[in-house]
Design a protein around this ligand. Structure first.
Ligand code: ATR
Length: 280
């Protein structure tokens, strides 16, 4: 890859950042679309984070992704934060605007919805009640996106009920908190089941849930993508539900940033999926 003196620049800030798939993902698109640009890992320790973010315009970068542990703390360094990112309470994408100011967005919820739309053509959040398992950081982005997209009812089920209640109280809207022990009943009449817990990830036990009450037309998705087909998705497929894996959320959440920095709206294709899968 050869870049010119006019190359458009962006990167991902994290600490550590070595595990990030984003350089590989954006690098694929830069190559695919023949863009004179580069997307690099930026290893930024917590105590340098504010300096690093404020330096983006001075260095002429178009912006950056932000990952662990900076997603919340970075908000203090930004000039504007879009309403969805504000409600989620975290920023994963920074855009340096024409006048050099810093704008924060959160594209995780977009990634979640776009992945479902691609995996199940015609899917809409307003189709019926949704059941979300987990109330951590990933859940916040997904619950906000589902509420904004018109989900009529969001059943939030978390092992630690108090965490789900705090989230529901903060966000308002159509969220109903249910006990973890009632998770099987929370599937009655649901149009979507989304796992946002870490259960089912390599090295973790499978998510323990009986899908017996889930309607056959319901869609099941998992944010875990290692393995790609989690035990939950395998169980869903076996009983005939449509299943959408979590890799697509990772790929789709990257699209708005790429478009803002490099000027092309990129697509999530099978060859991109295969290319990123090779590195998992
Ligand atoms: P993230 O920011 O990636 O969502 P997190 O904030 O650590 O990660 O949240 C992990 C989620 O997985 C939480 O909802 C957690 O439930 P608790 O709030 O009760 O901790 C859930 N989780 C982790 N281990 C679990 C287990 N063994 N059974 C059920 N839920 C579990």
């Amino acid at each position: 890859m050869i870049i010119s003196g006019k190359a458009k620049l962006a990167g991902v800030m994290g600490w550590p950042v070595g595990h990030s798939r984003s350089p590989r993902l954006h690098g694929f698109w830069l190559d695919r679309y023949g863009i004179d640009g580069a997307y690099v890992p930026l290893a930024v320790p917590p105590e340098r984070m504010l300096d690093a973010v404020r330096a983006l315009p001075a260095l002429g970068l178009r912006g950056a992704n932000v990952t662990v542990p900076h997603k919340e703390g970075v908000m203090a360094a930004l000039d504007r934060i879009d309403p969805q990112a504000r409600r989620i309470g975290a920023v994963n994408t920074i855009v340096v605007t024409e006048d050099g100011s810093l704008e924060g967005r959160n594209t995780d919820g977009f990634g979640f919805l776009a992945n479902l739309e691609q995996g199940v053509p015609g899917w809409t959040a307003s189709a019926g009640p949704v059941t979300v398992l987990g109330a951590g950081g990933a859940s916040r982005a997904i619950v906000v996106a589902l509420a904004d997209a018109g989900a009529p009812e969001i059943r939030l089920v978390n092992r630690t009920r108090a965490r789900a209640e705090a989230l529901a109280a903060e966000l308002g809207g159509p969220i109903r908190v249910l006990d973890w022990d009632d998770r099987a009943r929370a599937l009655d009449g649901a149009a979507l089941l989304a796992n946002t817990t870490t259960q089912g990830m390599v090295g973790q036990p499978a998510l323990d849930i009986d899908l017996g009450r889930l309607p056959p037309e319901a869609v099941v998705t998992d944010i875990v993508y290692t393995p790609l087909i989690t035990p939950l998705l395998a169980q869903a497929k076996e009983r005939g539900n449509r299943a959408v894996d979590g890799l697509g959320m990772l790929l789709h959440q990257a699209r708005p940033g790429f478009e803002a920095w490099f000027g092309v709206r990129p697509e999530v294709t099978d060859d991109l999926r295969a290319f990123v899968l090779e590195s998992l």
